[in-house]
Design a protein around this ligand. Structure first.
Ligand code: NAD
Length: 348
């Protein structure tokens, strides 16, 4: 029996086209760029800056996130493939202009096969630094800018559709529990508040929590209690992995619909959610608004085309829900199959 623990036998390796490791001793950059698939176009996906405990954890994240980008871009109808970069650093203490520029040179070395953008730990200013070294970047301040409100808009529209489908009502008076009120989570909370939605928020930052209470009348829960807060909808908007088998067993909501990438802690949780009668709105489907907004230039779309594509995300969700109902398959699995069919040029 093989005891290889290398990249090709990595559990998250999914036929990725290439995985590149970059080190720049001068700036201290350590980055991994994973290109999953380019069947539909250049591999596009953001750059996550995170203090990963080790390189293998960072690699796993890059592999998973880049595959998710292939699926996300395909389902959003973008002519883009999937890729993702991770930088091993603490974005609060260990992010420098030199490091971002070294990362920009790494992206430039891929000659347009990968186009980068913002993800957790990055700000628009970081994309400006990257842009000093490469044109293969989305979301710089002189271009598309911050994607967060577009992401929130897509999640909001899909949540509205899911609530209608599962609860047969509008968002007015529905109780939504948001984990992580950052750029996307807070924008989503604001949109929901305007629709008369009741909010509970879990957020470690005191200043944001206080704003959510003061401006949006939100109730507050702890990060570990939010999943069992008794809301109708759970919206994971912090980091991934919130949907564990234990969390699903304890949850009381009817719907999961949020912005975080990689919400399922392991693939089988998709089926556990179905068995529990929880409608899971696949993360990469509902959170595609951001990549549509910043990827439109690479895709050759006008701003109007991008905004229209975001408004159409609930139609794709409808299709997934209908296929899932017809086949009794979990929604995540159905979305994956639809994305793969689009990547292979099959029926949309
Ligand atoms: P952000 O860093 O602005 O917000 C994340 C928030 O979660 C922060 O306020 C942080 O304090 C909070 N948080 C961290 N740990 C938490 C915990 N244990 N419990 C509760 N809150 C916690 O990031 P963002 O841009 O809002 O992105 C949020 C998620 O959405 C990420 O998973 C990201 O990958 C995903 N996403 C973002 C975009 C986008 O346009 N920004 C697009 C697609 C997907």
């Amino acid at each position: 029996m093989s005891h290889e623990t290398g990249v090709f036998s990595h559990p998250d390796h999914d036929g990725h086209e290439s995985v590149v490791f970059h080190a720049d001793p001068a700036s201290g950059l350590r980055a991994i760029i994973a290109i999953h698939d380019r069947a539909l176009g250049p591999a596009a996906g953001g750059c996550r800056i995170h203090p990963y405990p080790d390189g293998m954890t960072a690699l796993a994240d890059a592999l998973r996130l880049s595959r998710g980008m292939s699926y996300k871009n395909a389902l959003a109808g973008l002519p883009l493939g999937g890729g993702k970069a991770v930088i091993i650093a603490d974005p609060r203490t260990d992010k420098t202009e030199a490091k971002m520029r070294a990362f920009g040179r790494a992206v430039e070395g891929l000659a347009g096969r990968y186009v980068t953008g913002e993800d957790v730990g990055c700000a628009v200013a970081d994309m400006d630094a990257v842009k000093r070294e490469t044109a293969h970047v989305m979301g710089a301040s002189d271009a598309e800018g911050d994607p967060s409100t577009h992401t929130a808009r897509g999640v909001f529209l899909c949540m509205e559709r899911a609530v209608q489908a599962r609860l047969g009502r509008s968002l007015d008076g529905v109780h939504v529990a948001i984990k992580g009120a950052g750029n996307v989570g807070f924008a989503l909370a604001r949109m929901l508040h305007e629709r008369g939605t009741r909010l509970t928020v879990a957020e470690p930052r005191d200043d944001i929590r206080a704003r959510a209470v003061a401006e949006l009348g939100a109730a507050v829960a702890g990060p570990d209690d939010i999943v069992t807060a008794g809301a109708d909808v759970f919206a994971p908007c912090a980091l991934g992995g919130d949907l564990t088998a234990e969390a699903v067993a304890a949850m009381r909501c009817a719907i999961v619909c949020g912005a975080a990438n990689n919400q399922l802690a392991e693939p089988r949780v998709d089926g556990l959610l179905r068995d529990r009668g929880v409608l899971y709105c696949p993360d990469y489907l509902v959170n595609a608004g951001g990549i549509v907004a910043i990827g439109r230039t690479v895709a050759g779309w006008t701003e109007d085309q991008a905004l229209a594509a975001i408004e159409r995300l609930p139609e794709t969700l409808d299709r997934v829900l209908a296929d899932a109902a017809a086949s009794a398959a979990p929604t995540g699995q159905v979305a994956d199959a639809l994305a793969r069919a689009r990547m292979q040029g099959g029926a949309a």
